[in-house]
Design a protein around this ligand. Structure first.
Ligand SMILES: [Zn+2]
Length: 85
C-alpha cells in the first residue's frame, strides 16, 4: 500500500510554502500539510514568524475603532476640568 507516488515532496512543498503563507492562503489546508508532520511543524514556525513580522511592520491602517479610542482619550484629556490655574 504505497500510494506515495503522486505526493509532493517536502522540498517541492517547502519551496512554495513562503509564498502560500505570504499570499494569505490557507496553507494548513494543503494536502501535503495534511499528510506530513514535518511540514506541519515548519508551517507553524513560518506562521509565528509571519505574525511577528506583522506586529513589527504593521502595514494595515489602524481600525476605525482604534481611532475612536484615541479620539476619546484626547477629548477626555482636553475636557478634563483641571485645577483652577
Ligand atoms: Zn513534507
Amino acid at each position: 500500500m504505497t500510494g506515495d507516488r503522486d505526493k509532493m515532496s517536502c522540498v517541492e512543498f517547502q519551496a512554495q510554502l513562503p509564498e502560500l503563507v505570504g499570499s494569505g492562503a490557507d496553507a494548513g489546508a494543503h494536502p501535503h500539510i495534511q499528510s506530513c508532520e514535518l511540514c506541519r511543524a515548519l508551517l507553524s514556525d513560518l506562521e509565528t514568524i509571519a505574525e511577528a513580522a506583522r506586529q513589527l511592520f504593521p502595514v494595515e491602517e489602524p481600525p476605525e475603532e482604534l481611532w475612536e479610542h484615541i479620539e476619546l482619550a484626547i477629548k477626555s484629556e482636553e475636557g478634563e476640568p483641571g485645577d483652577s490655574n
